[in-house]
Design a protein around this ligand. Structure first.
Ligand code: ADP
Ligand code: F6P
Length: 323
């Protein structure tokens, strides 16, 4: 192997830059040439390559986002898009590709691998919905951002004895919400994985006041059937009967833009370097992830076939500890 390319794709995640830096420097240490591809699969289709040396990835370890840029690129998902990508990679003489990204990005990586490209994925998404990596790069930082907001909301909620809905990201996965509820000490959590009855939620919040709680914080996953907007509308519609309203904070992209914390920097550094090791050892079509306290390589075929599930014991624990 002499020439590889690296891209970052899908929702950016804090730590993507650290993974890129580690991949570039590990590859250069092996005497390889590295090309960065701008804007994920969109840049791949355009042939947007930039040469990357050790100095080009200096000063980025602590930065959120991705210096290569990222994109959602529906065109790449078509047959024509895939074949264009294959043409571009072959014209550029790319012998190995590192795809730093989440669920969708790794599905794309799997398609490239099936078409003959030596690919290694790096598990990177704040949603932590990727099979093959227990935490993915970025989720720890995103969680800390959400916690800072929840801690602050609790202060003002307590001052007024109010109930707040805090909506967190995660797409259709409730991991961020569940962990934010556990670590933030929420009174309730609303998840895509668990059916929610707004009446039962209202009863839970009433019960929390009756137990003497000065505040009620409900962490809501954006992918839940009753997201923050729908819950707030329901509570507004029935405010007289339910006896209180809910104030809503939607954290949105704020969670994604943070500077990576120590955990994500180290995880990203290890996975970025591991991806290059895998390419060097001819271990292709795998996802570099972190499981049971070590780097693991899971076939992309398995990654795309499985769905990560929430631990029901943790869902129950969040309920028990809300007492
Ligand atoms: P993430 O990687 O963060 O989950 P997306 O789901 O938006 O983000 O995926 C990023 C990109 O990966 C998409 O814009 C598309 O180009 C590509 N992609 C997603 N799903 C597939 C798929 N099933 N097949 C091929 N490419 C895909
Ligand atoms: O996949 C990461 C993520 O931040 C999800 O949590 C969220 O649903 C989505 O991306 C938002 O996407 P966009 O930035 O394209 O609005």
């Amino acid at each position: 192997m002499r020439r590889i390319a690296v891209l970052t794709s899908g929702g950016d995640a804090p730590g993507m830059n650290a993974a890129l830096r580690a991949a570039v420097r590990s590859a250069v240490a092996r005497g390889w040439e590295v090309w960065g591809i701008r804007r994920g699969y969109a840049g791949l289709l355009e042939g947007a390559f930039v040469p990357l040396g050790p100095r080009d990835v200096g000063g980025i370890l602590h930065l959120g986002g991705t210096i290569l840029g990222s994109a959602r690129c529906p065109e790449f998902q078509s047959e024509a898009g895939l074949s264009q990508a294959l043409d571009v990679l072959s014209r550029q003489g790319v012998e190995g590709l590192v795809v730093i990204g989440g669920n969708g990005s790794q599905q794309g990586a799997h398609k490239l691998f099936q078409a003959g490209v030596p690919v290694v994925g790096v598990a990177s998404t704040i949603d932590n919905d990727l099979y093959g990596s227990e935490p993915t790069i970025g989720v720890d930082t995103a969680l800390n951002v959400a916690l800072e907001a929840i801690d602050r909301l609790k202060v003002t909620a307590s001052a007024h004895s109010r109930a707040f809905l805090v909506e967190v990201m995660g797409r259709d996965c409730g991991y961020l919400a569940l962990m934010a509820a556990l670590a933030g000490g929420a009174e309730a959590v609303v998840l895509p994985e668990v059916a929610t009855d707004p009446e039962a939620l209202a009863a839970e919040l009433h019960a929390a006041y009756e137990r003497g709680k000065p505040h009620a914080i409900v962490v809501v996953a954006e992918g839940a059937e009753y997201n923050a907007q729908r819950l707030a509308a329901y509570f507004q519609q029935h405010e007289k009967r339910l006896g209180f309203g809910l104030r809503v904070t939607i954290l949105g992209h704020v969670q994604r833009g943070g500077a990576p914390g120590a955990f994500d920097r180290i995880l990203a550094t290890r996975l970025g370097a591991a991806a290059v090791d895998a390419l060097a050892q001819g271990q292709h079509g795998v996802l570099a992830g972190w499981q049971m306290g070590r780097v693991t390589f899971t076939p992309l075929a398995e990654v795309v076939r499985h769905r990560k599930t929430l631990d029901p014991e943790l869902v129950n624990l969040a309920r028990v500890l809300a007492r």
